[in-house]
Design a protein around this ligand. Structure first.
Ligand SMILES: [Cu+2]
Length: 703
């Protein structure tokens, strides 16, 4: 056996050429050097970032805290927070990539500074990350944190599975990050359509990185969907009928059902592509009986419902935000619920609008075009309900409401451009142009990101115990909204001018002015994210002044506001009984909100489990081994997964009892804090005096 054979046995196809600066050294042309420096810089950020994190954790001796209090925790609140931290980290990377792409295209007339291959990696990772490792973790984290508390539960139905879902998602995100350092990511966009992504045309590790990152996260998300749906069906507090559930929980339920039905086609299609690539199957190869249309169908059978997996939870956040900051009951609750269900069902009937131009008959296109337009109806219903919720309400223009208002205007514009695109004849004209890119960013930034940010501001005090800085919050909100308009409205024009998407350079000088505006927009969006970082730093500095230990800073309506902030580990000292749609608001009206329960009981809580982290590592190494053809590593990791599950199944210590005395001690301390706090009038809720006790002497605005 030669040294080279041994190398291949151990490291597979990994080699010096996998390092980001190798091209630059081998072929030191100007273009290679520029692209090499950017790639090496990005890789250094990942490596140095990881080293600094390890150093800081070691220096402050936080390994124990990190492991025992966070990574192995099965507490739905902590898992939710970890999901959101992951989402923010990934958001930063994908936003930087967006700025690079905008800068490239602003100079696209002269060819720009990026190579076509590098540019293609950028739009592929940007899309993959934004959908699977920013949007999905953000909404999963928010639902995880909020939903069990809204339904009066102590945790989700399957707490350990929850931790495993997080582990698999993190493993997928890890693979995308590692692809910056070792090898290259794929260049076929976030959809990775074959035959281009088949081994014959994309032989490197890039597509394999995509396949395994997506497979891991899609399996995690399927389990998340099952977990959320079962939790909502089985763990609601007594009296909380389905039609007393808060709207956010309703959207969580519909999203969970969509996850259960939409994620498996994705897992199937990535695994089929893997079989094509690794074992010479011919599912999508266009020869030997393969047909890439099957890929397009399966992918979008996931992909369109995915749009609503992303948007429905944001609709839920907006519903809570409009009602709370208008000081009114939600207008049209029942119609909002039915609209949500209608959107969820209809979302499975429109997938073909993603490939109107791929050659099916005009009649089929017409059916899918009409179904697509039908979805606009329930969505329109929601907009009217939200506006009518504000009508004659006592509206407070807080940060979450600013996002909600920005959303209301911008989402209607995006929706209208969607109705345009739903016409197959129009779609043929603007197909594959920047008009489409403008449209879906117009849906997903106001419709998902603004919703998640509104939710972040709304529930942050509940999760962490203090309010976020209001001033920086406003600055960030206006930067997001303004930056969005600047960055994406020009893309509508460019699309109509005929500029195709995913193009590294162009020949028409008419594009450049619009591209420059979009570039400014991208920089404003970067400033927006920076403002959020500053806000967090400022808020942590002022945490004492902005603490809201009583737990109800916004005069909330649903059960999550009825406990301390941060919530106790067991959420509710006694499981509440629900008699109304706005249970906490009713309790405050009856002066029963801050009372001791008749008696305290021992509370069983799930014990910590390392399974999430074990499967995160095993799944991550399995993916890494498969990407680089390190078969021994793949085999070891693949065996480790069932072994870990079997070993864990012998563990019978899955419950830990919190003694009634401990529950009483914490609950009484909280009640004492509520007695000492000054009730705060809604007009002064952003003042430092707000300790989380709402002044309820002013009657509710009429409904
Ligand atoms: Cu669609």
């Amino acid at each position: 056996m030669t040294a080279s054979d041994l190398w291949h046995l151990v490291f597979g196809r990994l080699g010096l050429h996998s390092l980001p600066f190798w091209d630059m050294i081998q072929h030191p042309t100007e273009n290679h050097i520029i692209n090499g420096i950017i790639a090496t810089g990005a890789a250094s950020v990942v490596v140095i970032g990881a080293l600094v994190t390890v150093f800081l954790i070691t220096k402050y001796r936080k390994w124990g805290v990190l492991w025992f209090d966070w990574l192995t925790s099965v507490d739905h609140k902590k898992i939710g927070i970890m999901y959101i931290v992951l989402a923010f980290v990934m958001l930063a990377r994908a936003l930087i990539e967006a700025v690079l792409m905008r800068t490239q295209q602003a100079d696209g007339l002269n060819g720009g500074f990026l190579s076509a291959d590098h540019f293609a990696q950028l739009f592929s990772t940007h899309g993959t990350i934004m959908i699977f490792f920013m949007a999905m973790p953000f909404l999963t984290g928010l639902i995880n944190f909020v939903m069990p508390q809204q339904i009066g539960a102590r945790d989700v139905s399957f707490p350990m599975m929850n931790s495993i879902s997080l582990g698999l998602t993190a493993a997928g995100a890890g693979l995308v990050m590692i692809s910056l350092v070792l090898g290259k990511f794929e260049t076929g966009g976030w959809t990775a359509y074959p035959p281009y992504t088949e081994a014959a045309f994309s032989p490197g590790p890039g597509v394999d990185y995509w396949i395994w990152a997506i497979t891991l996260s899609s399996i995690g998300t399927t389990m998340t969907g099952i977990n959320f749906a079962v939790t909502i069906y089985k763990k609601r507090a007594p009296g909380m009928t389905l039609f007393r559930m808060p709207l956010f929980t309703w959207t969580a339920l519909c999203t969970a059902i969509l996850m259960i039905f939409a994620m498996p086609p994705l897992t199937a299609v990535t695994l089929m592509l893997a079989l094509d690539r690794y074992l010479d199957f011919h599912f999508f190869t266009n020869d030997l009986g393969g047909n890439m249309m099957n890929y397009a169908n399966l992918f979008w059978l996931f992909g369109h419902p995915e749009v609503y997996i992303l948007i429905l939870p944001a609709f839920g956040v907006y519903s809570e935000v409009f009602a709370t900051f208008s000081g009114k009951r939600l207008y049209g609750y029942t119609s909002l619920v039915y609209a949500t269900m209608a959107i969820a069902v209809l979302s499975f009937t429109v997938w073909l609008h993603h490939f109107f131009t791929m050659g099916q008959s005009a009649n089929i296109n017409a059916v899918f075009g009409l179904m697509t337009m039908v979805i606009g109806i329930p969505t329109g219903v929601k907009i009217y309900d939200w506006l009518l919720t504000m009508y004659r309400g006592r509206v407070r223009l807080t940060v979450p409401l600013i996002y909600a208002l920005g959303f209301s205007v911008l989402f209607v514009v995006g929706g209208l451009s969607g109705v345009l695109l739903a016409n197959p004849s129009i779609d043929f004209q603007v197909h594959n142009s920047l008009f489409l890119v403008a449209h879906f960013h117009n849906m997903l930034i106001p419709g998902l990101l603004f919703g998640m940010l509104a939710g972040y501001h709304f529930w942050f005090p509940k999760a962490i115990g203090f309010r976020l800085d209001e001033r920086w919050g406003r600055i960030a909100a206006f930067l997001w909204i303004g930056g969005f308009v600047l960055a994406f409205f020009p893309l509508y024009v460019l699309g109509l001018l005929g500029m195709t998407r995913r193009t590294v350079s162009y020949f028409d000088p008419a594009y450049t002015p619009w591209m420059l505006v979009a570039e400014v927009g991208a920089l404003v969006l970067t400033a927006a994210l920076t403002a959020l970082v500053i806000q967090l730093v400022v808020s942590i500095r002022d945490r004492k002044a902005n603490a809201v230990p009583v737990g109800d800073p916004w005069d909330g309506r649903s059960l999550e506001w009825a406990v301390a902030a941060p919530s106790p580990e067991w959420n509710f000292s006694a499981i509440p009984t629900v008699t109304d749609r706005d249970p906490f608001m009713v309790a405050k009206g009856h002066h029963t909100a801050y009372q001791a329960p008749p008696r305290y009981e021992d509370i069983p809580m799930p014990t910590n489990s390392a399974m999430g982290m074990v499967l995160c590592l095993a799944g991550g190494f399995l993916g890494f081994g498969l990407v680089w053809h390190m078969w021994w590593l793949a085999l070891l990791s693949a065996v480790a997964i069932p072994v870990a599950v079997i070993v864990k199944s012998f563990d019978t210590r899955t419950e830990r009892i919190i003694p009634a005395d401990e529950v009483r001690r914490q609950h009484e301390a909280w009640l004492a804090r509520a007695r000492e706090a000054t009730p705060i009038d809604r007009r002064h809720e952003t003042a430092p005096e707000n300790r989380g006790l709402a002044d309820t002497t002013i009657a509710e605005a009429s409904t």
